[in-house]
Write a protein that binds this ligand. Sequence first.
Ligand code: HEC
Length: 201
Amino acid sequence: MTATTQTILRRIYWLGFALAIGVPGLYMRAAENAASTGASPVTDEIERGRYLVTVAGCKDCHTALTVGPNGPEPDMSRMLAGRPASLEMPPAPELPDGPWIVTVSATNTAWPGPWGVSHTANLTPDRVTGLGKWTTRTFTDTIQTGRHLGRGRPILPPMPIPMYKNFTDADLDAIFSYLQSVPPISNRVPEPLAPKAAPGQ
Ligand code: HEC
């Protein structure tokens, strides 16, 4: 790969990142406005976590879409369980040229981009395949550092870490309390795939 190609890929990566975090960013601003006007009537920690998960759009990416009578809709029997392990996908397409840079599976849970292919995580409290063994601390460290368990590999796009790391500790505690209260679903999400080493490989 030439140096120019590498520079272009790097630019494309950051552009993709910025776009992927844009939409959740709007949700976050709505949440901030509600908080600053004291409009949120929610007091109980789990209820506040549910509210934050709703306005931050976690379910958009972490609950697989399925096609229902009214078109694509979240499959709530798999709420927050991430990319279904049973989902069979052909190899990701070649990345498009020019300003089109990201593709996504119809379930909204598998994301090929310049970073490789990321799969949305299982956020339910299943102890083997979800966050059941996590503590509030591991969760907070993961979001605030952008690394798995606060010290492992970097969390890839489109997970909006640059926005979410601005959550306060209290917000993250509430989000984690809510996530631990939802039904556990056993679903082992595959590890991300590395970017192809060179075009055409
Ligand atoms: C735009 C899509 C998107 C949104 C919105 C989103 N996520 Fe993610 N999330 C992802 C993807 C993709 C991954 C997997 C990244 C990877 O494997 O590196 C991920 C990974 C994670 C992880 C890391 C799990 C681990 O094992 O390290 C946590 C925790 C998480 N998300 C929580 C949340 C929470 C909480 C919200 C809402 C506040 C949220 N996500 C919203 C796409 C999203």
